[in-house]
Design a protein. Sequence first.
Length: 269
Amino acid sequence: MSTDDTFISHLMELRTRLIRVVGVLALAFLPCAYYARELYSLLAQPLLEELPQGGQMIATEIATPFFVPMKVAMMAAVVITLPHTLYQTWAFVAPGLYTHERRMVLPLVFASSFLFICGMAFAYFAALPLVFEFITHFAPQGVAVMTDIGKYLDFVLTMFIAFGVTFEVPVFVVMLVRMGIISIRKLKAIRSYVLVGAFVAGAIFTPPDVVSQFMLAVPLYLLYELGILVAGFMGKPAPVTDCPTASNQGSEAMAREPDQTEVGSKENR
């Protein structure tokens, strides 16, 4: 098979995987769109509980009351179909992996989906209530906290993505160790740098308050330590034995050369 045929076959495979991802996402979006208003009310609950009595959220644009709940419905569909999307991604790259690497596909897909959802749940149940309590209590006297629903959605999405990616740290650590890119000893040696980086990430990806920064930085560092423990428990990466290498073939050819030389010398005699 030529290089052009191989490239076209990869494009066809990618097209098939994308169609499957989009199709499943569309099927999940339909019921979520039907309950879009209920989903947004559930999403806004952490802020509504911290508002003063009679406080409410507002919509400052004409189309906002329609498009914002639809965005929430799409976000819910993406989260629901996340395991399927990750599986299709891994299935696309799996043919180029070794056997021992392909064995990690399903555990990584499950772990990645589970940890990302755990990160979103941690942000919703733990981080957001504390952040909103901190912000609303510091509002000056005479200032009514009336958040726009579009701005609120952007803020919550940022928090969900930040905490979801943070909770993926153990998966990243295990993958780096299993692929032989970095050793466990090296990971332990850079702990202090990771701790500083965790607080820097907390300052960048969270609102400008100490509470949310700590809520992101502390789990990030603890999950880093968890990743080191899991990587050490899983052991060193398995040796590659499922495909012959060029060096093995070359050694076999060199082993046959003396026999051919001896045959040629006997014919000359």
